[in-house]
Design a protein around this ligand. Sequence first.
Ligand code: ADP
Ligand code: MG
Length: 732
Amino acid sequence: MAVTLETDLSRVLGAKTAKAMAESLDLRTVRDLLRHYPRRYARRGEIARLDDLQVGDRVTVLAQVRKVTSRRMRNRPGTLTEVTVGDGAGQMQLVFFNRKFGKLEEGSWGLFAGTVGEYRNSKQFAHPDFHLITGDDDEDWARALIPIYPASKDVSSWVIQKSVKLLLDATGGFGFVEDPLPEDLRSRHGLLSLAAALLDVHRPTSAEDVERAQDRLKWDEALTLQLVLAARRRAAALEPGTARPRRSGGLLDAVDAALPFSLTEGQREVGEELAAELSRDQPMHRLLQGEVGSGKTVVALRAMAQVVDAGGQAALLAPTEVLAAQHARSISAMLGPLARAGELDGDPAGTKVVLLTGSLKAAPRRAARAAVADGSAGIVVGTHALLQQGVEFADLGLVVVDEQHRFGVEQRDALRAKGERPPHVLVMTATPIPRTVAMTVYGDLETSVLRQLPSGRGGVASSVVPVADKPTWLDRAWERLREEVAAGRQAYVVCPRIGDDETGDDETDAPDDADGAPGDAKGGDDDRRPPLAVLDVARALDEGALAGLRLAVLHGRMTPEAKEATMRAFAAREVDVLVATTVVEVGVDVPNATVMVVMDADRFGVSQLHQLRGRVARGRHRGLCLLVTEARETTSTGQRLAAVAGTSDGFELARLDLETRREGDVLGAAQSGRRSGIRMLSLLEDEELIAAARTEATALLATDRGLADHPGLAMEVAALATDERAEYLEKA
Ligand code: ADP
Ligand code: MG
């Protein structure tokens, strides 16, 4: 039978198996099956390692049933069945409650998969899944390593293993598999051929086989992804944009003159970089990373001023209305009369700064849109309302996206499409992005980093307040807060939830925020009480620990006017303590606020906590951030919080964040699963490989012939690039 990677599985496996595979695992072609890699491998002798295993570890052992005993349980109804299994190197006990055992006969071999538990201080393996090996399986289970595949109820790991075997037998090895990787690249990096790697990953004889095979298969993924991104960068570089060169005597000079501080060296350097790129007629695509408080806004404002000076418009996109309003306010304040061109007291040399958010009433919205459309508004600040249809720019020259982690690529692209020619784009993020993520998710952007904080900052000290372990510490926390207020400072108390809602939904809603750690609020752990709510906490504090202080609440369901008024009052020091949801997470800038108490801190992601505490690291005074949690210090959650408290290195925390999440979450929903082409590659562990692939990809595309000599690779790239779920990669 002539088999290719595109051959339908039904031709190899028969209709029934093929149907089950297609329906439950979305495996349809030979390629799909071969790219469905084992999750791990079971091996004989594994039981001997059980002592090294920790409670909670997942294991699969290959072992023989030695003894089965059943007895009635003493303390509750039902029977307890204990099964002793052994693998020659050791033995272990399996426990089942109320299970009928036709099948588990002594002497039979099987795969037992489950989670290591604990009962009365000894390790226990309760209710493992198992697959008993029958005579037909002989040859396969005799192998040293048994692949364990991602499986479904209808298609077990075992069936997948047998299907691969069938395919192997039918084709006489995987000789039909052509290798998309160029020969010289393979030899440069010492990579197996694809056929050999597939054989080894599915039917390894040693752990080294597996490792070498994985290394090769990761290359496929990394290189394809990097080629798509490199192609996108090249395409962007060829797009005709509009040069917005610097002009003196305009807004930019005015901004510089109005700055109450001198720029840090980093701000100056990045500023020069941006100024040069804006002066070119290729659109800029740049990611600006900078710690919370590193002063990204002023860098952006200067770029915007340059564009306005060159006759274009600049749009600043913020993730929340609070932040958009704050930006508009501070930009207007900084520009003074230059922000009011056309008004009586305005400077005719200036421009108009308009705020355009979803909650604007009809009349002001119409006015704002008109100013955007006729070009009189040089600087437009807004939320995603800016993306709505009907908002037309006269000449959009620069789009600045603040705090990118709240924005999808689609939104970025939607804004970019608002210009007649593609505008320059600057994406700013305070969430430090691990290098690997920058190389993949943001791989189409060039990056700049602001490492230095403006001097004279007090920084922030953090500690965990573990109320379960140390109940009195919470009182002490409120005392500290009162002391700060007594010294003239202000404070935030942050809660995960608003509290006036029946739906129970909260504001930790950015996809990026759910940290997916076990036991996370989103994990559907029903035993936990609902997260603390702003309204409840505010009431309790007002009557209790913080009685006498001026408290206000801030959350996403307040009207924009109310939010705005509250923020103003807080900024004007008319409020001592702001009890809020994560609406204060990004960008809110009140340097006099020095304490933040985060309630139920375990319900927030690592990056989010880091963002949050950035709010109290903005002034001359040293900030204090207290992470209140019921999580025990010894649990992984407790340790995660301790890590956050223990370091202020955003990059280290970003890495920790990555560790606690799955790759798919990092890449975004659309990026998870096999469609993204990322199955084996780990953003955490494969940094070097990804970097090497990026270099190779850039080099491959830099030649005149591009991928013309590598049709296999071109096909892989095309497959990934045209996949609708990888759409983001394609939009140029
Ligand atoms: P972020 O990078 O978090 O967006 P901001 O741009 O909001 O930081 O800046 C944080 C604060 O630091 C603001 O109050 C800003 O005015 C101030 N700031 C920015 N640059 C400097 C500087 N070079 N020297 C002193 N203060 C600065
Ligand atoms: Mg900011």
